[in-house]
Design a binder for this molecule. Sequence first.
Ligand code: NAD
Length: 428
Amino acid sequence: MEKNDILFETALEQFDTVAEILQLEDEIRERMRFPKRSLIVSVPVRLDNGTVKVFRGYRVQHDITLGPSKGGIRYHPNVDLNEVSALAMLMTWKCALMHMPYGGAKGGVQCNPEEMSQNELERMTRRYTTEIVQIIGPDRDIPAPDLYTNSQTMAWMMDTYSVQQGNTVPGVVTGKPLLLGGSLGRAEGTGRGVAYMVIEAARVLYKELRGLRVAIQGMGNVGSVATRLLYDQGCNIVAVSDVSGGAYNPKGILVPYLMHHIKEHKHVVGLREADAITNEELFELDCDVIIPAAIEGQITETNADKVRAKIIVEGANGPTTPEADKILFDKKVFLVPDILANAGGVTVSYFEWVQDIQYYFWSEEDIQKKLKDVMVGTFNRVLALSNKQGVDLRTAALMLGIGRVADAKKLRGLYLNGIMDFHGSAAQ
Ligand code: NAD
């Protein structure tokens, strides 16, 4: 099976396991297993060399029971229907877990953004937005940044959508630049949420945060913010990595210097006063906390046994396979799962959307306080359920998210079903 087929199968397996624990009715399970709507589009783009390349784009809306769907857009060579469908499903559980009035969605374009110019990326973004324009909107489906997309990508999406509507619609995407209706605190929302989860996990396991040895994979939006905030809190950042490779210094990496290095050289590789390590080696280091904040499938049955950290906080979506989950649970590793750990992004996205709809903007202090309340409150609910049921934190988080969507589906009932029955029986 291909990697993304496995990702989708895993999402279904996780759902089935939790549906069984929750004893959901079969008809509710069937309705929750598959996406509500999936769109595959061709995205023709004129490249800088004058030729036209046709990319494949996707948008999957897994569920809209609790409100409009919400989820990121990624640009990556691995994007396909199965990947996007799996991630859309996870978004549904995540939004429900965080008590957001949203369903889940995900989208992306299969491309290699590292090889594309800004102009090419802009043309691709505008054409992709146009191709999915009928199914997005502030009351329908609200995209946000994800892998290799950022606030500029969202600005282009918002502009393209608004031009086609004939008026400015800031609420169609979140993660926009501040000037265009973005929210204070959004750019760092996911990384800040990850840092809160490390702090809470440390409180449960170690009591003391200062000096905790932390290794982080991924120095993008999520990883770099978590790194900076945890460094500021007194953690010892012993290793970092990105697609170029990693850097390790058991005495601690000087994070302001690391950020300067990344700004200059784009990547971690070549960082001075640190040993070069591979991404694989990062997961086996002698440290207290690992934050996978890059891509899926990084902790597997091959390396889970070699993990020495006692805490894993999943900044990335799907970095741990189910086989690795079992191994880590047996090793008593405290693993804060993706749908909770990286939910700071969708939480501040929700704040941004609310502000856009009201045209009334909050202070950064307000946003950080609200984010912390939501993240820590949810962490405590998940931890309490995990202790009560004797299940890992991932299962507990999924139980809360999936249970909430199932309850909402039951309350809403099934459209037309009753009417058909009524007509059917009236005819007899
Ligand atoms: P990003 O594009 O800003 O950064 C990605 C980082 O991962 C880069 O440092 C890149 O070099 C590194 N990377 C890519 N491929 C790699 C590989 N094969 N090995 C090691 N490192 C690799 O992306 P991001 O927004 O920081 O997202 C990272 C993860 O967090 C993704 O799984 C994403 O779905 C998840 N996430 C992001 C947000 C958000 O708000 N940005 C929210 C929730 C979840």
